[in-house]
Design a binder for this molecule. Structure first.
Ligand code: NAP
Length: 248
């Protein structure tokens, strides 16, 4: 079976690192991103250097229409997806719950949760043996925040990731007999641009102190866990919520 990965939010950070690892593992790679064309093009080139096909498709995962176009483009240019990584995510500005704006709350759930559901729906249509597919795997990128709750700053974000973990368990149980495994990775703080972009550039340094390993993760370290769950090496894992949190 041809191995084809769709990785949302693949132009930077954990998604970009995972895209390169997938290419190295022999997957043709379709990355999705929101607007950073230049960075997306660089990831595509890096993937192609491993001798696989790679494309980038811009689109907002919070839009079901954009998600449909993403999967149709992948069908046309690479073939039907066999490995979906629901990685695109946002944090939203830090605030206490009482000060949280409705816009930030809606947008955080629209991208982090609804986006993952829209992508899973499209993937199931292609992977499920009920639809003539040959099976596949879905990995959802969650966060240690799903269980720590991120009080005082990102409770809305933590709640969106807890939703992802609940979705992972329910979907895994729903479609396991259709040849699809579904798992999530609860990532610890990783040294990506997400923190500076949301106005909190010092967060990795603060998180390093709390980690049992005394440092934050690299994007590649999270990507390796995603790749394990996406590979046949994890063939009996489904509905798993794998914490890769440096002991947090
Ligand atoms: P990042 O460096 O900020 O990269 C975010 C990626 O998502 C970019 O490719 C961005 O595209 C894309 N994106 C943002 N909004 C999107 C949307 N609406 N539709 C499609 N793509 C969108 O983030 P990261 O740190 O790698 O985080 C990746 C995932 O890991 C997220 O789900 C995050 O919650 C989770 N996570 C991260 C950490 C951490 O400390 N970094 C910890 C735990 C969990 P553009 O480049 O076009 O903007």
């Amino acid at each position: 079976m041809k191995k084809i990965a769709i990785i949302t939010g693949g132009s930077r950070g954990i998604g970009a690192a995972t895209a390169e690892l997938a290419a190295k593992a022999g997957f043709d790679v379709c990355i999705n991103y929101l607007s950073n064309h230049e960075r997306a093009a660089k990831v595509v080139e890096a993937c192609k250097s491993y001798g696989v096909n790679a494309i980038a498709v811009a689109g907002d995962v919070a839009s079901a229409a954009d998600v449909a176009v993403l999967f149709e483009t992948c069908d046309r240019e690479l073939g039907p997806v066999t490995f979906l990584v629901n990685n695109a995510g946002i944090i939203g500005r830090a605030s206490k719950v009482e000060d949280l704006s409705a816009d930030v709350l809606h947008q955080t759930f629209a991208v982090n949760f609804f986006g993952a559901v829209y992508c899973a729906q499209e993937a199931i249509k292609r992977m499920s043996t009920n639809h003539g597919g040959a099976g596949g795997t879905i990995v959802n990128v969650s966060s240690v925040a799903a269980t720590t709750g991120s009080p005082g700053e990102y409770v809305h974000y933590a709640a969106s990731k807890a939703a992802i973990d609940g979705f992972t368990i329910g979907l895994a149980r729903e479609i396991g007999r259709e040849g699809i495994r579904v798992n999530s990775v609860q990532a610890g703080t990783a040294d990506t641009e997400i923190h500076a972009l949301t106005g909190n550039p010092d967060r990795p340094a603060m998180a390093a102190d709390k980690s049992s390993l005394g440092r934050v993760a690299t994007a590649q370290e999270i990507g390796e866990a995603i790749m394990w769950l996406g590979s046949e090496k994890s063939s009996y894992a489904t509905g798993a919520v794998l914490r890769v949190g440096g002991g947090l």
